[in-house]
Design a protein around this ligand. Sequence first.
Ligand code: SAM
Length: 449
Amino acid sequence: MSFTSSSPVHPHARNLGPAHIGMMHRQIPKNFCKWKHAQVVDERPDPKGRFVVTNNSFPPGTVLLQEQPFIKSLHHSYRYSHCTFCFLPVKKPIHCRRSGCSWPLVFCSTACENENWETGIHSWLCQFPETQQWDDDILLALDGYTKARINWKSGTDLIALSDLVSNLEHHPQTQISEYRAKAKEIASLFYLSEHAVDSLVLIQAQIRCNSFCIQHTASAVSDSLISQMSDSLGKGVYLSASRLNHDCSPNAVVTFGQEDTPSLLVVRSTQTVTGAGENVSISYGPMAVKHPLVERRRLLNDHYFFECQCKSCLPSAEVTGESIYLCQQCPLGRLYRLQPNCPICKSCTEWRIIEDQEKEIEGYIRKGKFEIALECQERIYDKEAYPIGRTVDELARVYAMQGVFGLSAKYSSRSLGIVQRTFGMSSLEAAEEMMKLSSLLFERQNHAI
Ligand SMILES: C[S@@+](CC[C@H](N)C(=O)[O-])C[C@H]1O[C@@H](n2cnc3c(N)ncnc32)[C@H](O)[C@@H]1O
């Protein structure tokens, strides 16, 4: 799709302005949200901004937050199979009440269609068939714009999605130009002001830095292996969970859904907390046990535009960590990153060469050449190292998609062993791997019959 400012203006849009957009929402959905055993700290100056701390002690697995999204959008590939409002799989599709609506979306019940009509932007957008071409992100931004608070005195000024971080000053210029082009497309269709364009740019940046991928959960997973392995049902912005900072060795985890609420976000502790005042953190993706420091830095910068200041990323942490590197001189030596000498044979390690090899491996992984990547990894990492686990997991996924279930199960079983060793036998990660492997074994048996 393209976002050009030359698209024809729909006759309905001529009489619309920001005030109309504000009035469009007859109801703002109740933002069900509850912190337990923890609270947000707004005032204390901290390089990472606001953060969440514990109020008391609790064991791992304790639920700290349950929250419904403030705004959400179902991934376009699920628009025919899942309810646009509640994200549940649809058995008997209910369509939009407007007879001329040609949007590709379905609801699981009239109640969901009604809620969506009352609280969402669809009741208004479906008058403009051209907006069907807009991508999921810009629809989410428009939803955020309409739910943001409008300054009624000026009629145009707008306070964006609460006061969420945007890191706009660190987004590359090309990215900002893309946001602006999309914002202008909306503004030209609905006759919005330059203020509105600026707000829509800011909201897109806020969504980029604060949205969560709403993942399938076990209860929402269909019986097909591919859908079990697919990543996200959609995207959501959760105003309270957006206060959680990232840590490469976090003490909490985010999961989604409980029975019939796939977009409900749940934050659970993963470690024992011994008292009040401990920071609660999650991982935005990169983890010290999974990714080397350079890769974590790149991922956080590319996706969220900030330099991580967590303990695992401090300069002193660069020279510690797990001993996953093979000594290049003796068969028994294992080294942590940048360790100068092998603890067994005392030989000196050429880290520059190993780093070059790691870059080459990343290139293979990006191009989907997982078998070559694995071969190269086996030359520098211990066979149980986590980077190897990630590659064999990718190989399991690729072979499952090709229907080669035997080979897929072999790689998945190797991945399970590595995950169990890295995260523990009863970790969430190990449970997820176990589920994948059991589906693969089931598929392999089915295909053998
Ligand atoms: C979802 S917000 C978290 C709450 C945020 N601290 C606030 O004040 O609202 C994410 C932003 O917080 C900051 N942040 C979170 N974790 C960080 C970390 N480990 N190091 C540095 N900045 C961090 C970054 O600006 C990041 O884009």
